[in-house]
Ligand binder design. Sequence first.
Ligand code: DX5
Ligand code: ZN
Length: 219
Amino acid sequence: MKKIQISPSILSADFSQLGNEIKRLIDAGADMVHVDVMDGHFVPNLTIGPPVIKALKKNSSIPFDVHLMISPVHKYIEAFANAGADIITIHPEATEDLQNSINKIKELKKKVGISLNPETKIDVVKKFLNQIDLILIMSVNPGFGGQKFMPEVLKKIKDLVDIREKEGINFDIEIDGGINFENSKLAIEAGANILVSGTTIFKSNDGNIKKNIDLLRSI
Ligand code: DX5
Ligand code: ZN
């Protein structure tokens, strides 16, 4: 059983205090920082880019789990790698040539993630599973924090666990969107080992980040 890791999404953090918010996450025992990059084109929202990530990474002792909701994505991969992304997760629909984009991320010595939207089938990425470090299962349609969890994606996680076992490969399974203290247990039981959470971590229990991270990690 893989260790359960928590990757808080700073999309729900106080954007006027991002540096301090990341320090709070580190002090609270977060395993990595989930950075949602949105371009207003792939998703109907716009967030931050490489310059902000570079500035934030300077003071972070934990990995940056960068979720690129941008298209076309290929030409920006290097900029995010140079800015300090440790994991670069892309959406298959956002690149003309997924193999080429995977190669590019590997060339830059970063971990490769592929993200599947709720309606995207595993078949779209099946042949790449033996080349990637993690698959990010969206449990909301990407673009905003605070949305309602879509339980139908749990079956995708179970199917991925079967594929991983059958093929003897070893990617992590990350789930992202609407994760709370109830459905986190369902996600872990289904086989997810990295939980992304924004709203639950930053807003529950009067914003007690450490308590919220510990609660999410416990099954
Ligand atoms: C949505 C993002 C998610 C989101 C998670 O497009 O990819 O990471 O910020 O936030 P919550 O936990 O509030 O759904
Ligand atoms: Zn995300």
